[in-house]
Design a protein around this ligand. Structure first.
Ligand SMILES: O=C[C@H](O)[C@H](O)[C@H](O)COP(=O)(O)O
Length: 237
């Protein structure tokens, strides 16, 4: 592992471990998806081995597999429609604690789980805290409607591209059986307005924009030296 990769792993593990340490006995936890969350799962699993009782709602097949491997008991939103805390990663966090998520194509289930949670803990390395969104916005779309939906997305000012598999030819298929379209915007002036406009397009299942969660979010930002927390109290009006 080179120096840069080592520093990134240290930043992600610092954030992930801190989030796992915020979990209290008896909680039902949303288990997000991605490389930063996996550090959280590792630490949570150690706490479970020490006697902590938790149950997790996984946001993807990959997280469910990882949680089983780490002996974290699982449940569903059917059994627990309201949960104590969701812990998840993000691709970018803006100064209003809006998020872009979905690099791993899991944002639809992640949004359902975040919405069901009293507290939303977001774990990121410091490079993801940005003054303005620049990452493409992933959008999950029904394959049946992908062409007209992409035309409407273009109308919102972006360049939409169907995400393709790495070890699979053709489109990435999400855990829900849909396509992902990555939408690159020259700039995003109104993330909440854009999230709403995307949601109104027929065939769009969800977008990776997470706006309106600021009041229940704690962002744990990791770096090589440790972590800092950002909450809505830190938002400059
Ligand atoms: O679909 C994937 C998720 O939204 C991830 O939580 C997000 O992409 C962050 O992943 P990572 O911690 O691997 O950068």
């Amino acid at each position: 592992m080179d120096e840069k990769a080592r520093a990134l792993a240290a930043a992600k593990s610092a954030a992930g471990f801190q989030a796992a340490d915020m979990v209290e006995d008896g909680m039902v936890i949303g288990l997000g998806t991605g490389s930063t969350v996996y550090y959280m799962i590792e630490r949570l699993s150690a706490r479970v081995r020490e006697g902590l009782h938790v149950t997790g709602v996984p946001t993807s097949f990959q997280t469910a597999m990882r949680a089983r491997e780490y002996a974290i008991p699982l449940t569903t939103l059917d059994d627990h429609p309201i949960i104590d805390m969701a812990i998840d990663g993000a691709d970018e966090v803006d100064p209003h604690l809006n998020l872009i998520k979905g690099r791993g194509a899991a944002m639809t289930r992640e949004k359902c789980v975040a919405a069901a949670a009293f507290q939303f803990i977001v774990v990121v390395d410091e490079a993801k805290v940005v003054s303005r969104f620049a990452a493409p916005v992933p959008v999950e779309i029904l394959p049946f409607a992908v062409t007209p939906a992409m035309a409407q997305l273009r109308g919102l000012g972006c360049r939409p591209v169907i995400r393709e598999g790495v070890k699979k030819d053709g489109p990435v298929i999400t855990d829900n059986g849909n396509f992902i379209v990555d939408c690159t915007f020259p700039s995003i002036a109104d993330p909440a307005g854009l999230e709403k406009a995307m949601a109104e397009i027929p065939g769009v299942v969800e977008s990776g924009l997470f706006c309106g969660y600021a009041n229940k979010i704690t962002v744990i930002v990791g770096n090589e030296k440790g972590i800092k927390k950002i909450t809505s109290a830190d938002i400059v009006p």
